[in-house]
Design a protein around this ligand. Structure first.
Ligand code: AMP
Length: 397
């Protein structure tokens, strides 16, 4: 997959009317609808400011939540327009529809240096169906398309890929950074390249493990995933997480690592609990001999030493998925140690979105990580080496 795509810095944006796909899918209070974190809106500011400073007229658009093609007033983007306006210190004109009369009139009247926001794209069922007529209507309001919603580039929707059939398409600054850092790590990593994978389910990360065994020098597997590997090798894992239909796959991956000369590190010891709770009794046991009735909740101290040692000597580290049930403080040590090891290493460090990103932020290491990806599903598909429709549709450099 080619990640070398044109960005807003490579084209003339001055005075242009621009359709800007943002990720304004912000968390909201269930009762009041109030925005509980404006991080995603703040993250969009550099691209928006870059365009407005060059006198572009910005037609921003995004989805919010899962309205499933229905007009759901609770999921209106109006509060986002308001917050964006406060952050930018200028008016954000809000359209009451997406490609309807109001949006089209406001887009036509929009002047250079002004910004407007369309209503929630997913209110229209044609968005997620990547309907060409809908994509064409969206595109017809602008002269250039800018993709800056990394969280949705793995989806072929009208606003993430379809519009590129009708407009020249480039990336915004957020997507550009994702492509530069993650693309660089996958295509030309500074070695040794260490991949750290954790989280609950092997099945979610099958493609990622498989792809990284072709690219990395060391692959580390922790978290709940590791017990499927332990059982596949004849271990007793008590009531730990296990995907019995993935035992053969685990053995195949162990074989593949050997064949490719990749160091595959699995946990040797485990912090086991007699109950899935923070206050459960705990004991450190061999990962291959977890007692009946106990479950593996975190990597043990020997494993922490081995895993973190591998990270310390790395040139590039990619991390996706926690090492244990980090939501429980008593089982967060492995994940915390891994976050610390990434922060302390001199390596290029990349944390895939989702739970590991949340853990790194919660634990206070975020500012010492090279790049924390903003897309959960998108960064996983990126690491799988899959073609991302929202990236493939952008102009090559
Ligand atoms: P994922 O979404 O696949 O990255 O998984 C993240 C989740 O995996 C987190 O909520 C963790 O609590 C969970 N997890 C990590 N290790 C374990 C484990 N040993 N047993 C059960 N759940 C785990």
């Amino acid at each position: 997959m080619n990640y070398n795509k044109k960005t807003i810095r490579d084209v003339d944006v001055a005075g242009k009317k621009i359709l800007l796909r943002c990720d304004f899918n912000v968390p909201q209070d269930k009762e009041t609808g109030a925005i509980t974190s404006d991080k995603r809106i703040v993250a969009a500011l550099p691209t928006i400011r870059y365009l407005l400073e060059r006198n572009a007229a910005v037609i921003a658009c995004s989805h919010l939540g899962k309205p499933k093609g229905e007009w759901k007033p609770k999921l209106t983007l109006a509060p986002v327009a308001e917050r964006l306006s406060q952050l930018l210190g200028q008016e954000v004109i809000f359209a009451k529809d997406i490609v309807g009369e109001d949006a089209r009139a406001k887009a036509a009247a929009l002047q250079g240096g002004q910004i407007m926001l369309l209503e929630n794209l997913r209110f229209d069922p044609r968005e997620e169906k990547n309907d060409p007529a809908f994509a064409k209507e969206l595109a017809s309001m602008a002269e250039l398309y800018v993709s800056d919603a990394f969280g949705t580039v793995h989806r072929a929707h009208a606003s993430t890929a379809g519009v590129a059939a009708y407009l020249p398409a480039v990336s915004g600054l957020l997507v550009a950074k994702e492509l530069e850092v993650m693309g660089g790590a996958l295509n030309d990593p500074k070695r040794p390249f260490v991949a750290v994978l954790g989280g609950a389910k092997v099945s979610d990360k099958i493609g990622v493990i498989n792809n990284l065994l072709d690219k990395a020098d060391t692959v580390i597997i922790g978290g709940g995933m590791a017990y499927t590997f332990a059982k596949a090798q004849g271990g007793s894992i008590g009531k730990s997480l296990c995907e019995n239909d993935k035992l053969d796959y685990a053995l195949d991956m162990i074989e593949k690592a050997k064949k490719n000369g990749v160091q595959l590190l699995l946990p040797t010891d485990t912090v086991a609990a007699d109950d899935f709770s923070n206050d459960a009794h705990r004991q450190v046991v061999s990962t291959m001999a977890i007692p009946e009735g106990w479950e593996g909740m975190d990597i043990g101290p020997d494993t922490i030493k081995t895993f973190c040692g591998a990270v310390r000597g790395a040139g590039t580290v990619v991390w996706n998925g926690p090492m244990g049930v980090f939501e429980f403080d008593n089982f967060a040590a492995g994940t915390r140690a891994m976050a610390q090891a990434l922060a302390d290493s001199g390596a290029i460090t990349i944390v895939g979105g989702g739970d590991s990103a949340a853990a790194v932020e919660q634990m206070g290491f975020a500012d010492r990580i090279t790049h924390i990806s903003t897309g959960g599903g998108a960064s996983l598909e990126f690491l799988e080496g899959l073609e991302l429709p929202g990236v493939a549709c952008l102009l090559d450099k």
